[in-house]
Design a binder for this molecule. Structure first.
Ligand code: P6P
Length: 316
């Protein structure tokens, strides 16, 4: 009997409460994957014409994926609010405003890859509300350090559709099986190799990097001889890093002075996964990603995520 997302119920103290929510993520992933496959025939590629709160051009599929994800979170009945990259403010789910949990999500990460049929992803984390259940949740419920996250993960829309997640008991990968129309275990106990793999960074920014990162990266390359891979979608670059080893980094630079990647729905969930996979998740000034206390829903931070030795060699 194949192991499915139902198995999450047996994973530690958080498993029982997190399983139905992660099953909802799985339903959203199946819907989003189906939309992506046929998008070109629906004229759904390209820009939606608006900008998101990040000031980035919204893709048509960004908006659609956000709607699908929100609807599946609502349908679980366990989520009181969603913080989304595509929404300026916290989205309260009125009929479940008393529920215990909130989800932070980047519904379609790396969507600029869609026009060239390259991998994209969904990134999520789940936290327990701090506010009383008889009050409406608010953004303060989302501003929790990564150490308090109950579960996190990502969906990779590639040649197959994978859902990789952790409830604090290690990292497990599930692949959508079209023969049974469900996610089934394919990569149990994902652990980052201690050596080898690649460094993964947009080196075209090197002349703008802060924190002397150009010299630090040159030293990493000299010390380790790592090759370079960069897909331009965090989910794909992180998935390869966990499977093959190495490090993914997005330093601060003169254009993104506090970094480009978002703390709540990119850095924290991916940092949580990386630590659960036996790696290291650092931001700037020697601070671990999961120790940062968020101050705003769309706050950005520098990230250095990878094997312990690679991160330590880079950052010194
Ligand atoms: P750049 C996608 O827009 C994203 O948020 C991440 O998925 C990805 O790692 C990064 O930005 C890519 O940024 O500047 O290299 O295109």
């Amino acid at each position: 009997m194949a192991m499915t997302l139902n198995n999450i119920v047996e994973q530690g103290k958080n498993g029982p409460a997190m399983m139905p929510i992660i099953q909802g993520v799985g339903r959203a992933a199946i819907e989003i994957a189906a939309v992506l496959r046929g998008a070109v025939f629906r004229g759904a590629l390209g820009q939606a014409g608006g900008e998101n709160v990040q000031g980035e051009q919204q893709q048509v599929l960004d908006v659609l994926s956000d709607e699908i994800f929100l609807e599946e979170m609502r349908a679980t009945g366990f989520i009181c609010a969603v913080g989304s990259e595509e929404q300026e403010n916290l989205l309260i789910i009125e009929e479940y405003s008393h529920a215990d949990y909130l989800v932070l999500v980047d519904p379609l990460d790396g969507s600029s890859n869609l026009d060239i049929d390259c991998p994209v992803g969904t990134i999520f984390s789940i936290v327990k509300r701090k506010s009383p259940n008889d009050q409406l949740p608010d953004v303060s419920d989302t501003l929790q350090a990564g150490r308090d996250v109950l579960a996190a993960g990502y969906v990779l829309y590639g040649p197959s559709t994978m859902l990789v997640c952790s409830v604090g008991e290690g990292v497990n990968g599930y692949t959508f099986n079209p023969n049974t129309a469900r996610f089934e275990s394919s990569h149990p106990n994902m652990t980052i190799p201690a050596t080898g793999g690649y460094y993964s960074v947009n080196e075209s920014n090197a002349d703008k990097w802060a924190d002397d990162m150009g010299s630090k990266l040159a030293n990493l390359k000299k010390e380790t001889g790592l090759g370079m891979r960069y897909v331009g979608a965090m989910v794909a670059d992180m998935h390869r890093t966990i499977l093959k080893g190495g490090i993914f980094l997005y330093p601060a630079d003169s254009k993104n002075v506090t970094g480009k990647l978002r703390l709540l729905y990119e850095a924290i969930p991916m940092g949580f996964i990386m630590e659960q996979a036996g790696g290291k998740s650092m931001s700037s000034d020697g601070v671990a990603v999961l120790d940062i206390l968020p101050e705003a829903l769309h706050q950005r931070v520098p990230v250095y995520l990878g094997a312990n030795a690679a991160v330590d060699t880079l950052l010194g």
